[in-house]
Design a protein around this ligand. Structure first.
Ligand SMILES: *[C@@H]1O[C@H](CO)[C@@H](O)[C@H](O)[C@H]1NC(C)=O
Ligand SMILES: *[C@@H]1O[C@H](CO)[C@@H](O)[C@H](O)[C@H]1NC(C)=O
Length: 208
């Protein structure tokens, strides 16, 4: 197998999982107006008790909070260490050589603000290839390039403060459908992925 090709394929497929329920696309949330965002910013407990909310508006407010990436995610993160990642990749069917190559690649992630309060820019920087997704809305799918340079349907969504990145290959290749889950474990940004019950974890350190 050609070294670079196999690495790129692995990088692109290394993470996804089966938590598809966590990445349900939410067109209603994506379409939310600024007003809903503003309402969401005022927490439900701030609402006067006599304030009558229809179930629909209550629902909208709840989902409205899911339109925005929590403040904590913004910044630069660098891969520090992994747990059970080799086992995960083995479960996914990657060979020894590819797994070792991925172990030696560096990974950085950047979540940056845009002029729009409910979108963000995402960069996935590795020693092999950089991938940039601009103006991402939570719950709204878009077509982007994976680390293997093939097109994917990508959806970021938020559930209970956890960020999910779902990638579905749109072009033929070795890449599989994948979901990565991100959340904070103490000061670490934890990236979780699992396949057939084998869970891999990668820990990122905030660098700025
Ligand atoms: C970003 O990097 C991870 C490895 O941390 C990789 O598994 C994933 O496929 C990359 N995402 C994209 C969109 O290339
Ligand atoms: C960013 O996304 C938002 C929401 O989809 C859209 O309203 C806005 O026009 C986009 N901005 C740019 C610069 O593409």
């Amino acid at each position: 197998m050609h070294t670079t090709t196999s690495i790129l394929l692995l990088l692109a497929t290394a993470t996804a999982i089966f938590c598809t329920e966590g990445v349900a696309v939410n067109p209603a949330a994506a379409a939310s107006s600024q007003a809903v965002i503003a309402a969401a910013a005022a927490t439900a407990s701030n609402l006067p008790t006599h304030y009558e909310q229809s179930p629909a508006s209550r629902d909208r407010i709840t989902r409205g909070t899911n339109d925005m990436l929590p403040e904590r995610f913004f910044g630069n993160f660098e891969l520090d260490h992994s747990e059970n990642f080799d086992e995960y990749m083995t479960a996914k069917g990657y060979g020894w050589f590819t797994r070792k190559m991925v172990t030696f690649a560096t990974f950085k992630k950047v979540f940056a603000k845009t002029n729009n309060p409910n979108t963000f820019d995402y960069s996935n920087l590795t020693s092999k290839k950089d991938v940039f997704y601009k103006n991402v809305s939570l719950g709204k799918s878009f077509t982007g390039e994976g680390l293997d340079s093939k097109k994917k349907e990508i959806t970021f969504s938020l559930k209970n403060g956890h960020l999910f990145e779902h990638q579905k290959p749109l072009e033929e290749g070795e890449a599989k459908e994948e979901t990565y889950e991100y959340y904070f474990d103490g000061d670490w940004l934890l990236q979780k992925m699992s396949y057939n019950g084998v869970e891999g974890r990668r820990y990122y350190k905030k660098t700025q």
